[in-house]
Design a protein around this ligand. Structure first.
Ligand SMILES: Cc1cc2nc3c(=O)[nH]c(=O)nc-3n(C[C@H](O)[C@H](O)[C@H](O)COP(=O)(O)O)c2cc1C
Ligand code: SF4
Length: 448
């Protein structure tokens, strides 16, 4: 059993520390109130009852649900930020055979730790969100693919599923309606690539978790070759609030094209790391303040959206708001919402070495540019870090990264290339210093 008191005292690495701004998903959590009765006491399952007319109201048609989600400007929280309502409209509802709904709870992006807290401390919000999505798309079967290394989260989700079935929120004729939805949990195997949606489907089918070539996209050829919609855990968790309060209210919580709240996992050199739910469009400076400010030095740089997002220098970050469009305009991406904060004692060459090691290790090896290129990147950064770099290595790094980008089956290739190019763009002097002087620039900066 997890000792909750130590988290409550420090607010570290949990979602119930009370330092969110207008939370919707983490609202009212205390670390122990995850059960069905607690969720219902917080207003849970009201949205599902509302669409099914089980609350005595008129109900909502599947088209109305999708229209509301479109209006909300909810964008996928798994990384790409694709508009959720639009994705749901791709599902061929009239397709006669089985169709599937899949929740991506693989959460392998370094720095990201929000989905596991949703599942552990508020599992029913994901179940309710999935049931609403299934209703909107005419789906009867769903799976939640949960990361392989968080077994206790998987067990808890299984318990929550049992509670929901027993209370008639899952299964046949939900709440006395004609809508039936069966939802199952699936324990993943801990590979980063299994978070990529088509690799996840392969893994769910019991095969090696390797991405599929796209097109066809999962909406037409997904799980077992059937139409499938995949969304991230946080995306589904956002849905009940939208149905309860309306798409317009959700949109107004954030900013245009960036509706609602987003959970950011703030990690690295901060005094109080953890998950923070804040409205999209909140200044980065406010998020940093919530996380207790920078620890161990001045702010040097931030990776704003998980390890595959290009790094941004401190000055750029301090002028930014935390939303998809602002971060993209600054040359990075909001991604999965992991905010990796680095102080001025951090060497960028060493940081990139760690990231490059990760990507070459996680490449599934199917396509040559990724399999070979990620290894090249890692070895090049390794020799620069260890004083064996050559002058031409910086351009070579850039060119290898360029030759991976856009030439692979899945986006892991891009994810490996983008951090390299971001580092070279903003911190090239540190790489050049390593090559020229065979030493690190950072200690000299700190001492002067
Ligand atoms: C290498 C790689 C890893 C990924 N890992 C995850 C993950 O752990 N969780 C996730 O939700 N999406 C992940 N994605 C994105 C998914 O492919 C997919 O876009 C997402 O689950 C769609 O849900 P959304 O629209 O709600 O964001 C990953 C993508 C790539 C290329
Ligand atoms: S890009 Fe990399 S991880 Fe993706 S399919 Fe190709 S080899 Fe595998």
């Amino acid at each position: 059993m997890v000792d909750l008191s130590k988290f409550q005292a420090t607010g570290t690495e949990t979602c119930f520390h009370g330092r969110h701004v207008n939370p919707q998903i983490y609202a009212g959590l205390n670390g122990a109130n995850w059960r069905l009765q607690d969720y219902v006491a917080r207003g849970g399952y009201a949205a599902l009852k509302k669409i099914l007319a089980a609350d005595g109201g008129a109900g909502m048609t599947p088209d109305q649900v999708i229209a509301d989600v479109k209006l909300s400007a909810l964008r996928g929280r798994g990384g790409a930020g694709f508009p959720t309502g639009l994705k749901w409209s791709f599902m061929p509802r009239a397709y006669p055979g089985p169709k599937y709904l899949v929740c991506n709870s693989d959460e392998g992006e370094p720095g990201t730790c929000k989905d596991r807290d949703i599942l552990f401390y508020n599992p029913h919000i994901v179940i309710e969100g999935m049931a609403i999505a299934a209703y909107a798309m005419g789906i009867r079967t769903g799976y939640n693919y949960i990361h392989g290394e968080i077994f206790e989260v998987y067990q808890r989700f299984e318990e929550a599923l049992e509670e929901a079935r027993a209370a008639g929120f899952l299964g046949d004729n939900i709440q006395g309606s004609t809508f039936s939805f069966q939802l199952h949990a699936h324990h993943g195997f801990g590979a980063y690539i299994c978070g990529e949606e088509t690799a996840l489907l392969e893994s769910l089918e019991g095969k090696k978790g390797q991405p599929r070539f796209k097109p066809p996209f999962p909406a037409s050829f997904g799980l077992y070759g059937k139409p499938t919609t995949i969304n991230n855990t946080e995306t589904f968790a956002a849905v009940p609030w939208i149905i309860n309060h309306g798409g317009q209210a959700y949109l107004e919580c954030g900013k245009p094209n960036n509706g609602g709240t987003k959970i950011f996992s703030v990690v690295g050199d901060v005094n109080a790391p953890g998950n923070f739910e804040i409205p999209l469009g909140t200044p980065f400076s406010k998020l940093l303040e919530l996380a207790g400010g920078v620890k161990g030095g001045a702010l040097k740089a931030v990776i704003p959206g998980g390890s595959s997002a290009p790094v941004l220098p401190a000055k750029t970050m301090m002028d930014l708001t935390m939303d998809y469009d602002a971060i993209a305009k600054a040359g990075s991406m909001l991604g999965s919402g992991a905010v990796i904060v680095m102080n001025d004692t951090r060497c960028m060459v060493k940081s990139l070495l760690r990231l490059s090691y990760f990507y070459q290790h996680e490449s599934c090896g199917q396509c040559t540019p990724c399999r070979e290129g990620t290894g090249w990147l890692w070895r090049l950064v390794d020799r620069i870090e260890h004083g064996k770099g050559k002058k031409e290595d910086l351009d070579l790094l850039d060119s290898v990264a360029d030759n991976i980008k856009g030439r692979t089956i899945c986006a892991l290739g891009d994810a490996a290339a983008m951090p390299v190019q971001g580092m070279l763009k903003h911190f090239r002097d540190e790489f050049a210093h390593h090559v020229e002087h065979k030493t690190c620039l950072v200690p000299q900066v700190v001492q002067s």
